[in-house]
Design a protein around this ligand. Structure first.
Ligand code: SF4
Length: 321
């Protein structure tokens, strides 16, 4: 049965983000992408951390876990490792994923499970009243800061590339069709996909606002705003690694694009490499029945709660691997 975005809406939950928050666009992008991909709600697990973004699983009809601050990825990777047949999407804020969760971010890249991680990037800790997040640029003073930010920012795409993510992309919360298509590409990618989603926070970030991204402050002679965002595919950028010999070149090109900010900000896919074997593929070589009989599908105990995990087959496989 063909699915519609409305099939992924949750009727009895009120989305209590501030009016104009980019989180609404990200919620819509997720619902549209899941519908277009023909997924059923029971096939998807959405895992969030702490922050305004943490409420995404409340508002999308599928399995959901709203977990601890910075621990989005360990939960999500555990779910994917236990049941590789599920479509797992981890979602969190820039503070959650690139501050307290930065170590998990790096290790998620090097593990390369076949799943997706989306970061809402608004440059502030919105839920706790607008402190500078790890992506806020140095010398920028958003309205909750008593003085300009003294620290340099993390570059999310750059960190994803050097950590080993095999898909790195950026989209924008108020371009929902682009976001939908980017999420679809991330979910369909074979390997660990990272998507940075630029997201205005109208309550606490008065610098990178919706009007700033759309260029309301720099109109042309006809009075038309000149958007700061441009699409990499329309600019002829090719992110796909087709042969290992070109991997380094594609990574360098992606890093150069990831440095662009200010008057021209690229969105789209920066890097994509499906030549790398995923965690599931590497693990299946060691445990051949891993996909057909993953841990989540094994019976762990009898009706009285006594374990009857039979490790015989597992131990035999280990001996011969
Ligand atoms: Fe959105 Fe910012 Fe409000 Fe949080 S504080 S809901 S990020 S507008």
């Amino acid at each position: 049965m063909a699915r519609k975005p409305s099939d992924f809406k949750v009727a009895d939950v009120y989305a209590d983000w501030c009016p104009g928050c980019g989180d609404f666009g990200i919620m819509n992008g997720l619902q549209m992408a899941f519908a277009d991909l023909g997924l059923e709600p029971h096939q998807i697990v959405l895992v969030s951390g702490i922050g305004c973004s943490g409420k995404e699983p409340h508002n999308v009809k599928c399995y959901g876990v709203h977990t601890l601050h910075g621990r989005t990825l360990p939960f999500a990777m555990g779910i994917k490792a236990a049941n590789p047949n599920l479509e797992v999407v981890a979602i969190g804020g820039d503070g959650d994923g690139l501050g307290i969760g930065a170590g998990h971010f790096v290790n998620a890249g090097r593990r390369d499970l076949d799943m997706t991680y989306i970061i809402h990037n608004n440059g502030v800790y919105g839920l706790t009243k607008g402190q500078a997040s790890p992506t806020l640029r140095r010398d920028v003073q958003t309205k909750a800061l008593p003085r300009p930010n003294i620290n340099d920012p993390v570059n999310p795409i750059g960190l994803a590339l050097i950590s080993g993510f095999t898909f790195a992309a950026r989209s924008y919360a108020h371009d929902v069709r682009h976001l939908r298509d980017t999420i679809k590409q991330g979910v369909q990618h074979k390997g660990m996909a990272f998507i940075e989603c630029l997201q205005p926070c109208p309550s606490y970030n008065n610098i990178t606002t919706k009007a700033w991204y759309s260029g309301e402050d720099r109109k042309d002679a006809q009075g038309k705003p000149q958007s700061r965002l441009y699409k990499l595919d329309e600019a002829g950028f090719d992110p796909v690694v087709k042969d290992w010999s070109e991997d380094f070149k594609r990574k360098v090109a992606a890093l150069e694009k990831a440095q662009e900010w200010g008057d021209r900000i690229p969105i789209g896919v920066f890097y994509k490499n499906e030549l790398e074997p995923t965690f599931q593929e590497r693990y299946s070589k060691r445990i051949p029945f891993y996909i057909s009989k993953p841990p989540a599908k094994q019976k762990l105990c009898d009706d009285n709660g006594y374990s009857h995990v039979d490790l015989t087959q597992f131990l035999e496989e280990l001996k011969t691997s």
